[in-house]
Design a protein around this ligand. Structure first.
Ligand code: NAP
Length: 431
């Protein structure tokens, strides 16, 4: 066996990068035993010069990441800077120089995963990114390896811990979205600019990565239907409670006979559903496969230390290959399944609207649904003086049909406002 140390460069020394460096130092002997050769840190790129930490030599730090990755004698580059550029160019340069790549960068892999896999194949190096989805929760490797002999039909779950924390706080405290967001920011679960999390961009990037691995198709983040949680109100949460459900931001991707659909949106999850029990900032993902049935993956989806654990798992796998002089096969997308449009995805809907309280209103409203072939499973009316709140649950209807119904309801003179139109989970399927 080649006993030359595994030379590793770190790009980024923030929340995740500094934990990776710390573990590389503190678990040096354990990692060496698992990989088969010792790990040597060759350099650490940061944007702004800084003092050292974790007993690292100050000379290891550099503000020249391009110089570091083209060093020529690197075995692995671990990218933990974030963002698409310069990360993409640096990783392409690193692979061209013969280094394997480990990254936690979901934005980069979601947009440029295909290009990076082709580069890894061309240069005969490994590309690993387990930490880019669901932090510490092992999901990508099981999809790629453990389930490689099975047929995955659906992956659905909570892939963003920030929004799960916010919705959970709104549920337990009855508070507003802004106050739960402020609390998440104070605790470090949400960024100063929370847009990527609360508007579902982060979850969409992760679903693009999952869909590619689960179904072997090229899916980009822009192919994914995306709705965030910033419009969720305490009333929505209270209504969900009344229906014995909770609201979760779900990422779902599924394969049908007609193609692949991937989407991110809030949904009502019945309290007895396993995903309703995924609380706090945790992630929880259900994988449905033909032979294996339903598999649940759950745990901390973010945080410097948990994410660093996943990065080191990749480093051990890549390092073992490197020490054995081999690399993983990079299979190109094998199927050419079309993308299945969101308009045709069917779900049950829970709607709530404020109407004028007078005779005939109920039949005005229900006739709009029946005109579009949508039957109603439940109707509740709460009267408050001259107004009433109508809460309805539909049987399964397509997104397109619900959009038309909501537009027509809004044009009725007796419908004053539609407070809520939210999908009910586990009866939503692409058809
Ligand atoms: P972070 O705390 O903001 O750290 C980023 C690091 O990269 C900093 O050391 C920064 O240096 C350095 N950096 C940024 N741009 C650079 C450039 N152009 N040249 C050199 N250095 C540069 O980020 P993080 O939270 O550790 O996240 C790192 C990656 O892990 C991201 O892709 C993120 O999506 C992913 N991830 C994070 C988590 C998590 O819980 N944090 C979970 C899963 C995945 P300066 O400090 O000098 O600016």
């Amino acid at each position: 066996m080649n006993l030359k140390p595994l030379r590793v460069a770190l790009l980024g020394f923030g929340s995740v990068g500094s934990e990776v460096a710390r573990l590389l130092v503190s678990r040096h002997d354990e990692l060496a035993a698992r990989i088969g050769v010792p790990v040597q840190i060759a350099g650490i790129a940061v944007r702004r010069p800084r003092g050292t930490a974790h007993d690292l030599e100050p000379a290891l730090f550099t503000t020249d990441p391009a110089g570091l990755v083209t060093d020529g004698d690197l075995d692995v580059v671990i990218e933990l800077m974030g963002g698409v550029e310069p990360a993409r160019s640096l990783l392409l340069a690193a692979m061209e120089a013969g280094a394997c790549v480990v990254t936690a960068n979901k934005a980069l892999i979601a947009r440029h995963g295909g290009e990076l896999h082709r580069a890894a194949h061309k240069h005969g190096v490994d590309l690993a990114y387990e930490a880019s989805v669901a932090g510490a929760v092992p999901l990508l490797r099981p999809l790629r390896e453990s389930l490689a002999g099975d047929r995955v039909n659906r992956v659905a779950g909570i892939v963003n811990g920030t929004t799960n924390y916010i919705l959970d706080r709104m549920t337990t405290s009855g508070g507003t979205f802004p106050s739960a967001l402020a609390e998440a920011q104070w605790l470090g679960y949400a960024e100063a600019d929370p847009t990527a999390d609360i508007e579902g961009y982060d979850a969409a990037a992760k679903m693009a990565i999952i869909a590619r691995l689960a179904f072997g198709v090229e899916v980009g983040p822009d192919d994914i239907h995306r709705e965030g949680i910033s419009a969720i109100t305490p009333r929505d949460i209270a209504d969900a409670k009344a229906e014995n459900a909770v609201i979760k931001l779900l990422g779902i991707c599924e394969r049908t006979d007609h193609g692949v659909n991937a989407r991110v949106h809030p949904a009502l999850v019945p309290r007895d559903h396993v995903l309703a029990g995924v609380t706090g900032a945790d992630n929880g993902i259900l994988v449905e496969a033909e032979a294996s049935g339903e598999l649940l993956f759950r745990g901390p989806g973010a945080g410097g230390l948990p994410t660093a654990g996943a990065v080191l798992g990749d480093l051990v796998a890549v390092g073992r290959n490197r020490a054995a002089g081999t690399s993983e096969r990079h299979l190109p997308p094998t199927r050419h399944l079309p993308l299945f449009p969101m308009e045709r995805v069917g779900s049950r809907r829970s709607l709530s609207m404020l109407v004028t309280h007078r005779s005939g209103v109920l039949s005005d409203v229900t006739s709009v649904f029946s005109r579009h072939g949508i039957s109603l499973a439940t109707i509740r009316q709460d009267v408050l003086g001259a107004e009433a709140t109508l809460s309805l649950t539909t049987d399964t209807a397509t997104d397109a049909a619900i959009t038309t119904v909501v537009r027509e309801l809004r044009s009725l003179p007796t419908v004053r406002a539609i407070h809520r139109s939210i999908r009910v989970h586990d009866q939503d399927r692409a058809r």
